[in-house]
Write a protein that binds this ligand. Sequence first.
Ligand SMILES: [Zn+2]
Length: 131
Amino acid sequence: MAERAIPTDDELKQKLTPLQYEVTQRAGTERAFSGAYWDVKDPGTYHCIVCDEALFSSETKYDSGSGWPSFTEAMDPAKVTLKEDRSHGMVRTEAECASCGAHLGHVFPDGPGPTGDRFCMNSASLDLKPS
Ligand SMILES: [Zn+2]
């Protein structure tokens, strides 16, 4: 696989929409039911909007009712970094792209799959490539 260059901050401001920048670079959250993918069921692969790494498969996507695209697991656990997030007076698990550090969303322990995880992601962090 080819090495992917991580864009500079200026390049990111050019490349991303203001919302995509806010979410991925400042750990923002899009409004529920506002994103491009919360209700999408098309088959394909969800890539990182910043570095294009393949992160989630539509096969693990499900309707969580949250208004954000939700997955039971990452395509490869090594591609998504999980870390403790104590912002906003809560203790949550933050999910980042392991390749470029883009904020993706949070992981909650109430998923329906065998792992019990719910990857609650922002549409603004993802780019769906249809299969
Ligand atoms: Zn990335």
